[in-house]
Structures are given as structure tokens and as C-alpha cells.
Design a protein around this ligand. Structure first.
Ligand code: UDX
Length: 479
């Protein structure tokens, strides 16, 4: 009888399966979503690729962090890649392997009950909608979570129309400043250079562009779409998207949302989290403590961007010539063909700079010594900078980043866009502009938006209400 009761509860208790794309920026934000849902009492299974999960478990606080959620379990699955291809290797190898090996395995795991009771719904990373066999599990609704901004998602979704209208392909460098029309809600905002980077490919049917577009179009067919954004930031774009998909939840910034919930429901210190796939070097916090307020520019290009030796030197000279202090994240293997920072740069940096392999970014951005962020405009970094009230210099590299940086500089007016330029003069000038000449104006706007971001995740705020609505909708699926 006892057993029967448990079975009954399991069937009526919502169970959410969450599966992120195996990359830092994706796992990072989807784990935060998982924690938020778990805090609301939903049973969560977080499915991770083996090698990603292994890296997460190496963090010292991993056990304590997740043991506080009674209904939270991790499960792992292979990406099918041979060991020598890891960490990610070639992108198309990864996708092919996920399709041919991981997809049928996921189907089997679901059918055999290996992942627990049949999920009420699956929250899938919108970058790999293909991984889930909808025909095999018609009763499991798919919620598609895009880790990118609503503006870049929207730009992706209009690519087929831009091709049809003859606005793509881009005709070389001299065509880059042409204004793009036809992306609804973004009229007169985007130039060719602000479209997702894959639009720069000569062949608009190149698989790399088509992949992003297909996954975006596929996301519209899911039961619901979830964005890590908030109404006061991307309201007009979200309205346009809602006319094409009625079920959209805008519940970000997730890191701020989680922090607010954790500090009100568990304890203020419990909100410290590290979702990084690299070991954090916390020594930079002590270095920051010794710097004057708002005197340091933080430099990081996220988890994927690789720069070459020339770019490294242009940035380094630009930072040194700016006369400002800097904290620079140079991940292992993030400079092509180099094992580490050239010894002479490391030596000469000591006067005004500090270099680490991986920083506690949220804490760094919140530090009083930070005055600006030189970023690649990844969406997580952009949101983290906004919440911390730190103006940006944007050096976007790929995918959504080109569109994000346009919005940062032209729409939200909280930073400068260095797009497609990398020379020491520009770096030095922009660092001085953002930290001195235009400091008041940029800082004023970003602090305003930071307040709106925080309000959105507090009780009654737009993201708070959308998350509550989403949880209610998930519970209703069980009845
Ligand atoms: C990429 C895309 O750029 C991004 O837009 C998409 O949403 C996810 O995939 P990534 O290039 O890694 O992500 O950038 P970003 O989204 O900014 O994420 C990087 C994350 O790593 C941030 O959460 C940041 O806090 C964290 N980080 C970065 C650290 O914790 N320490 C560091 O030293 C650098």
C-alpha cells in the first residue's frame, strides 16, 4: 500500500526534465533555471553530457549546493564523441553525433524509466530541438529555452525572409553598413554587420547559418518559449514574438532571479554559485580590493572565443596605453597557438594589470573597483554587466553577439560597440571614453536599467510573474 501511494504521488507530481546544449553559456543559465524551478517545489532531472557533468562535480561546493534541493537529480548521457575530440572539437561532428547517438539513447532512457517518472514536460535548449523524438513521446510537451537575447533570436527568425527579399547574402565588406529592413520590431536598427554572425557567410544556405535558423524556427513549434530576459529591456521585441508564439515566458535575468529567491528562501550566503567549467581563480578579488573605486576595466571574452596573437597584443597595448587598470581573463587555450600569456606581457602587466585563467565573474562585476567591462557580448555576460550596473565595451565575435552589441550601444545606450575593429588605438580610446569622457552618461543609463532588472525579479515584477505563471502552467499539465 505504501508503495502504491508513492507511485500515485509520482504520477501526479510535476517532473521537469531539463537538457542543456553542452557549452558553458548554456549549462550555466539552464542550471539556474533548474534551481529556480526546484525551489518552487517541482521535481527536476537535469540531464547533462558526461564530460560537462564531470567538470561541474570538480567544484568544491557542488555537493552542498545541490543537496539543498530534495527533488533535484542529475543524470548524464553521452555525446557519442570519441575521447580525443573532447572538449568539443568540431561543431558539425558534435551535432552529427548528438543526432545519431544521443537522440536514440534519450528516447530509450525515457521509455525505460531510467530518468524517473515520465516527465510532465521537457525544457530543451533551443539550440538542439532535434535531440528529442517528439513522435516517440507525444505526451511530453517541449518548452524551448533560448539562452540568447530576444533581439538576436528574432533576427535569426527573419533570416529566411531576408534571403527571400534579396537582402542576404551580404556583398562583402563595403556592404556591411547597409541598413536591414524587414526584421519586424527592429526597423532601422540593424546594419548587415549587426545580424547574427553566420549571415556573413557568402552562401546563405551554408549549414552553419541554416542550423541556427532551423533551430529557431523549430522553437516556435514547441509548446512554449522561454527567454532569459525581462520586459523592461526587450518588451517591444517580446511583443512582436508573442504575435507569432502565444506562450512566451520572459523570466530573466536568471542569475539575479535565483539570487533574489535564494536569499529570501534559504540564506543570503547560499546564493554563491559557480557553474563554470574551469576552476575559478579568486585571487583577483583580493587584487581588486586594493584598487580605487571604479578604476578597473574587466576584460573577458567568455567561454568559447579564441583570439590570435596579434589580437592579444593589440588588446594588451590598448589597455596599457589607456593608462587604466585592468583585470583580464585569459582562459587556458584561448590564444590560438599559445600555451599561456607571453612571458613579457605577464611581466609588464604587473604594474597596472592582473591576469587570471577564469574569474568569479558575477562577483567581479559587482566589485566596487570595477568601472567597465570589455566583453564579447555573450548574452550571460551582457545580463550580468547590466545587473551589476557596469557599462560595456563590446567586441562581438560570433552568433548572437553582433546583435547584442548593437542593442547595448544604440538602443539601451549602456556601452560602446567596437565591432569588427581590433587595434590598440581604438581599444585605448574606448577604454578612456567609457571610464572617463562618457562615464556619467553611460553609467547613468546602465544604473537605471539595473534597477529595472532587479525590480523585474522581485515579487510582482514582470519576470517574477512570468515564472510563477510558467510554474502554474507546468502544474496544470499534470492534472
Ligand atoms: C555563448 C554565447 O556567446 C551566448 O550569447 C549564448 O547565450 C551562450 O553561448 P559564451 O560565449 O560562453 O556563451 O558567453 P556568455 O553567454 O557571456 O557566458 C559566459 C559565462 O561564463 C557567464 O555566465 C560568465 O559569468 C561566465 N564566466 C566567464 C565566468 O564565470 N568566469 C570567467 O572568467 C568568464
Amino acid at each position: 500500500r505504501g508503495k502504491w501511494r508513492i507511485m500515485e504521488n509520482e504520477e501526479t507530481e510535476p517532473h521537469v526534465l531539463i537538457f542543456p546544449f553542452p557549452a558553458q553559456g548554456h549549462v550555466n543559465s539552464m542550471l539556474k533555471l533548474a534551481e529556480l524551478l526546484s525551489l518552487s517545489g517541482l521535481r527536476i532531472t537535469f540531464l547533462n553530457i558526461h564530460r560537462i557533468h564531470h567538470k561541474l562535480t570538480l567544484h568544491t561546493n557542488f555537493q552542498s549546493r545541490f543537496s539543498r534541493f530534495p527533488n533535484f537529480q542529475f543524470q548524464t548521457i553521452t555525446d557519442g564523441l570519441p575521447l580525443e575530440n573532447r572538449p568539443i572539437g568540431n561543431f558539425s561532428d558534435l551535432i552529427n553525433s548528438l543526432k545519431s547517438i544521443t537522440k536514440p539513447l534519450l528516447k530509450e532512457m525515457l521509455l525505460s524509466g531510467e530518468l524517473g517518472p515520465t516527465p510532465t514536460c521537457i525544457i530543451l535548449d533551443g539550440l538542439f530541438n532535434f535531440i528529442f523524438d517528439v513522435d516517440a513521446h507525444p505526451n511530453i510537451p517541449v518548452f524551448s529555452f533560448r539562452t540568447i537575447s530576444a533581439c538576436s533570436f528574432s533576427a535569426y527568425s527573419f533570416v529566411p525572409k531576408l534571403i527571400e527579399d534579396g537582402q542576404l547574402p551580404i556583398e562583402g565588406e563595403e556592404d556591411m553598413d547597409r541598413i536591414i529592413n524587414g526584421v519586424v520590431g527592429m526597423e532601422n536598427v540593424l546594419r548587415c554587420r549587426d545580424l547574427p554572425s553566420f549571415c556573413r557567410l557568402e552562401d546563405p544556405f551554408d549549414p552553419r547559418l541554416q542550423y541556427g535558423v532551423t533551430q529557431t524556427i523549430q522553437s516556435f513549434k514547441s509548446h512554449a518559449l522561454i527567454f532569459n530576459t525581462f520586459e523592461d529591456l526587450e518588451g517591444p521585441i517580446l511583443s512582436c514574438l508573442r504575435s507569432r508564439c502565444s506562450n512566451i515566458y520572459a523570466i530573466g535575468p536568471l542569475h539575479a532571479h535565483l539570487k533574489t529567491k535564494l536569499s529570501s528562501e534559504i540564506s543570503p550566503t547560499a546564493s554563491e554559485s559557480n557553474n563554470g567549467l574551469w576552476e575559478v581563480d579568486r585571487s583577483c578579488l583580493a587584487w581588486l580590493d586594493a584598487q580605487p573605486p571604479k578604476s578597473v576595466i574587466y576584460v573577458s571574452f567568455g567561454s568559447v572565443v579564441v583570439i590570435d596573437d596579434d589580437q592579444l597584443r593589440e588588446f594588451w597595448h590598448g589597455l596599457v596605453n589607456s593608462g587604466k587598470r585592468f583585470l583580464w581573463v585569459l582562459r587556458p587555450n584561448s590564444v590560438a597557438g599559445k600555451d599561456g600569456v607571453p612571458a613579457e606581457l605577464e611581466e609588464e602587466t604587473k604594474e597596472r594589470g592582473y591576469i587570471v585563467g577564469w574569474a568569479p565573474q558575477e562577483e567581479v562585476l559587482a566589485h566596487k573597483a570595477i568601472g567597465a567591462f570589455l566583453t564579447h557580448s555573450g548574452w550571460n555576460s551582457t545580463l550580468e554587466s547590466i545587473v551589476a550596473g557596469v557599462p560595456m565595451i563590446c567586441w562581438p565575435q560570433f552568433a548572437d553577439q553582433q546583435t547584442n552589441s548593437r542593442y547595448v550601444s544604440e538602443i539601451w545606450k549602456i556601452g560602446l560597440d567596437m565591432k569588427d575593429v581590433c587595434n590598440r588605438e581604438t581599444v585605448a580610446k574606448m577604454v578612456n571614453d567609457v571610464m572617463e569622457n562618457r562615464k556619467n552618461e553611460l553609467m547613468g543609463s546602465v544604473i537605471e536599467i539595473a534597477k529595472l532588472a532587479i525590480t523585474s525579479v522581485e515579487e510582482g515584477g514582470s519576470s517574477y510573474c512570468d515564472l510563477e505563471r510558467m510554474i502554474k502552467d507546468i502544474r496544470l499539465l499534470c492534472q
